[in-house]
Design a protein around this ligand. Structure first.
Ligand SMILES: [Zn+2]
Length: 370
């Protein structure tokens, strides 16, 4: 079962490879084998498409082809492609709702769905890369600063980790920074009020950077070395050596150097510039800024799916993507293909460094069932 194309026979000749009920005994490692039979079909109300149903002989419950698809339980599945385009094209949620003639709640729910799918697909790609040992080379990390609600009182940092040659984004976080200094008397009063309400705002930068390095360490596998380039922020060296020991060489470059193509940190600087250009929440001096950083992180994962797997690598290299250049997928993926099937709950590793035959892991398929 290939991650990029899990069901090559398509929706017409679909055969369920496993029971989608996470508590089905067949999903347990030592449980009975999955057996099913066809149980008729129904016409989907939203798009009049015929959907086949199945019955699981193990847990004696039914499910349909839709249970395996990203557009499961959507009343307006036709919105997905347009809303995805808006999410990566600097269009705000309110404007997206106006353009697509839907409510803002619909856009928000689609953001949750698409970001969850993007994250699950990305995690599966990294897990497979670890099993195959296909990720190697040079990496770069830097932090993008933005804010939630208030620029001075509630700053936010986003550490972004990329593969240098392919610009493949490995990980992103959105965490709080402490309030800025030199506040006016009016802002000092507001700061005190905020602290009384939600506590003192502390920086989560170090922990977020640590999580980025842990993702890198996990994706590389236990014996693969790497080179990481960052600016000269003192914390990076200590966190990197704590997480990866001597496996990762660290290059430090002046962060205040001109951000031109001759700057060694150009790949990460360019990636952060593209992120700012793609996300409406990151546009400076606008009212589209995130009110809560968790939503910013969700939105960023949709952009990462677009950057890694769907967008052409450059305007001149239209037939390749970042993930393809990094050797992590076998083909470019269209947005319709990317958001067609939910990520199969496969174990890509059975033991360190070996690829599995596609055994199932109970509990990996999240989300409601009919
Ligand atoms: Zn079952």
């Amino acid at each position: 079962m290939e991650l990029e194309c899990p069901y090559p026979a398509g929706i017409q000749h679909f055969r369920p490879p496993y029971c989608p009920r996470v508590d089905c005994p067949s999903r347990a490692g030592d449980g009975p084998a999955f057996r099913f039979r066809s149980r008729g079909r129904y016409r989907r109300a939203c798009d009049r498409r015929i959907v086949r149903r199945f019955h699981c002989h193990v847990c004696c419950r039914s499910f349909s082809v839709q249970t395996f698809r990203v557009d499961y339980q959507l009343k307006r599945p036709e919105l997905t492609a347009a809303v995805f385009d808006a999410f990566v094209s600097k269009v705000t949620q309110r404007q997206t709702a106006r353009c697509q003639n839907c409510t803002r709640a619909t856009v928000r729910r689609r953001l949750i769905l698409l970001s969850r799918h993007a994250r699950e697909f990305h995690d599966a790609v990294l897990k497979r890369a670890r099993a195959r040992g296909s990720l190697r080379g040079r990496f770069q990390l830097d932090e993008l600063e933005t804010f939630e609600r208030d620029r001075r009182l509630c700053p936010v940092t986003m550490p972004v980790l990329i593969h240098e040659e392919s610009r493949f984004v490995l990980h992103v976080e959105a965490v709080a920074l402490a309030a800025r200094g030199g506040l006016s008397p009016r802002l000092l009063v507001r700061k005190k009020q905020l602290e009384a309400k939600v506590g003192v705002r502390r920086s989560g930068s170090r922990e977020a950077v640590k999580r980025c390095f842990e993702v890198l360490a996990a994706a590389l596998g236990p014996s693969t070395g790497a080179v990481l380039a960052t600016d000269q922020k003192p914390a990076y060296s200590a966190v990197l050596s704590a997480v990866m020991g001597g496996r990762c060489a660290h290059e430090r470059h002046p962060g205040r150097a001109a951000r031109t193509v001759s700057n060694p940190l150009w790949p990460i600087n360019h990636t952060l510039a593209m992120l700012r250009d793609g996300l409406s929440r990151l546009v400076r001096r606008s009212w589209g800024v995130s009110k809560e950083r968790d939503w910013l992180a969700r939105h960023a994962w949709i952009w990462i799916a677009y950057r890694n797997y769907i967008r052409a690598f450059t305007n001149r290299k239209k037939r390749t993507t970042s993930a393809l250049r990094a050797g992590l997928v076998s083909q470019p993926i269209s947005k319709n293909k990317f958001f067609e099937w939910r990520v199969p709950p496969l174990c890509w590793t059975t033991s360190e460094g070996s690829q599995s035959s596609g055994s199932l892991c109970a509990g990996d398929l999240r989300g409601p069932l009919p």
